[in-house]
Design a protein around this ligand. Structure first.
Ligand code: GUN
Ligand code: ZN
Length: 430
């Protein structure tokens, strides 16, 4: 058993739903963990009195303790091409992505990048992520092994591509299916690892591969499916040519049985209300990736319309088109994207989306995303005075909402003092 004392914040519901009781806040709180799970979170004075005599609480007063961040869309194989300039989506894929992903045929390269990638997530307070490796089986193995060693929750699966990509990344639909099946048998449900059927996007799969991917998703209860959807206008036009029979880009995925609970689609910028309605009705989720959408000039995500339709939404960094591993920075950019759309994002909603909202979008809220008793004890210790500017600006705040807003606008990896995984320290700032 361990007990950590500090300012504690987590959500029990979506603050956008109007429920003031969606947020639990203990200015002087205690988080008690037992066997890697949350035993209790509450006011320090009451809980300290109940603590067994041999348990000393660990003092983090002055710091803010929140559930580990949930990154609902990121590419580990693009770690080394973050901040590579030039072009919108389709050109960027050609120039930067394909050459970078080619190197993941080499297991040593894959293992080295996977280790760096998982450490970088932890440095940024991210304890759960839905991750794209590459088409190479060894890339998936490397990522799962690196995450397993750090006891992180990772959802990932072999990328499927059988057309419109270089031959060094292409395989047949049947080979992609067989490779996925082997990986599912070996990794799905092992420790905290979960498998996601991962057709890259409808443009790089033939109808046959899309069919097999939908079948795989249907055949394995509890499995995820992840892809990209309606990110860029040229991409949307290309999909219309490739699948003229479909009503919309989203409809392509639906026709192949790829929508449902535990399917998550990155971007979702160029959708209509019928698409949003189908996503809500089927239980599919959107991953809002603001830094990527700005970097590639893709467009502005419409959170108000997603909310109106009742779609599940999480936040994704989408590294390497995304420009930061930091969920704090990503929330800051989400705010700016919504500003450009005439919308707003409260700090409470933002922190909800980065924690419980992300967990809900991935159907993992019974295990992560909050400090409700029994949840896996993943958490971040944030330092509101991590930099001189943060310290100065935070000191002038009067309300919790103001302090959270300052953290998401000015904070980054420097504001992450510690990251804990399953009730144990996993990373600590020097
Ligand atoms: N669409 C298909 N593949 C990708 C990718 O790797 N990154 C982004 N941002 N969009 C994609
Ligand atoms: Zn992506």
């Amino acid at each position: 058993m361990r007990a950590i004392r500090g300012e504690i914040l987590y959500f029990t519901g979506d603050p956008a739903g109007g429920g003031a009781d969606a947020l639990r806040h203990f200015a002087d709180g205690l988080l008690i963990v037992r066997d890697g799970l949350v035993a209790e979170a509450g006011p320090a004075d009451a809980l300290l009195a109940k603590l067994p005599a041999d348990i000393r609480s660990e003092d983090r007063r002055g710091r803010l303790i929140v559930p580990g961040f949930v990154d609902t869309h990121i590419h580990f194989a693009q770690t080394d091409i973050i901040a590579s300039s030039g072009g919108q989506l389709l050109e960027w894929l050609e120039c930067h992505t394909w050459p970078a992903e080619r190197r993941f045929a080499d297991p040593d390269h894959a293992a080295a990048v996977a280790g760096f990638f998982c450490d970088e997530l932890l440095r940024n307070g991210t304890t759960t992520a839905a991750v794209f490796p590459t088409v190479h089986r060894v890339s998936v193995e490397a990522l799962f092994r690196a995450a397993q060693r750090r006891r992180m929750r990772v959802i990932a699966g072999k990328v499927l591509m059988d057309r419109n990509c270089p031959d060094f990344l292409r395989e047949t639909a049947e080979d992609g299916d067989a490779g996925s099946r082997e990986l599912i048998a070996r990794w799905h449900g092992r420790d905290r690892l979960l498998y996601a059927v991962t057709p890259r996007f409808a443009a790089t799969s033939t109808p046959q591969q899309m069919r097999l991917a939908g079948r795989l998703f249907a055949e394995h209860p509890g499995i995820h499916l992840q892809s990209h959807l309606a990110e860029n206008r040229a991409e949307v036009a290309w999909i219309r040519e490739l699948y003229p029979e479909a009503r919309s880009y989203l409809d392509v995925y639906e026709r192949f049985g790829q929508l449902g609970p535990r399917s998550v689609f990155a971007h979702c910028v160029w959708l209509d209300d019928a698409d949003r309605g189908r996503m809500a009705a089927t239980g599919a989720a959107m991953s809002f990736c603001p830094t990527s959408n700005l970097f590639l000039g893709s467009g502005l995500f419409d959170l108000a319309k997603a909310d109106a339709a009742g779609v599940r939404v999480g936040i994704g960094t989408d590294v390497g088109a995304g420009t930061s591993f930091s969920m704090l920075q990503t929330l800051g950019e989400a705010y700016k994207v919504l500003q450009l759309n005439g919308q707003s994002l409260s700090a409470e909603r933002a922190f909800f989306l980065a924690t419980l909202g992300g967990a809900r979008s991935l159907y993992l809220d019974d295990r992560i995303g909050s400090f409700a008793p029994g949840r896996e004890a993943d958490f971040v210790v944030l330092d509101p005075a991590a930099t001189p500017l943060l310290a100065r600006r935070s000191a002038a705040c009067e309300t919790l909402a103001e302090r959270l807003f300052v953290l998401m606008m000015l904070g980054d990896d420097r504001a992450v003092a510690e990251t804990w995984v399953m009730g144990e320290p996993a990373w600590r700032r020097a």
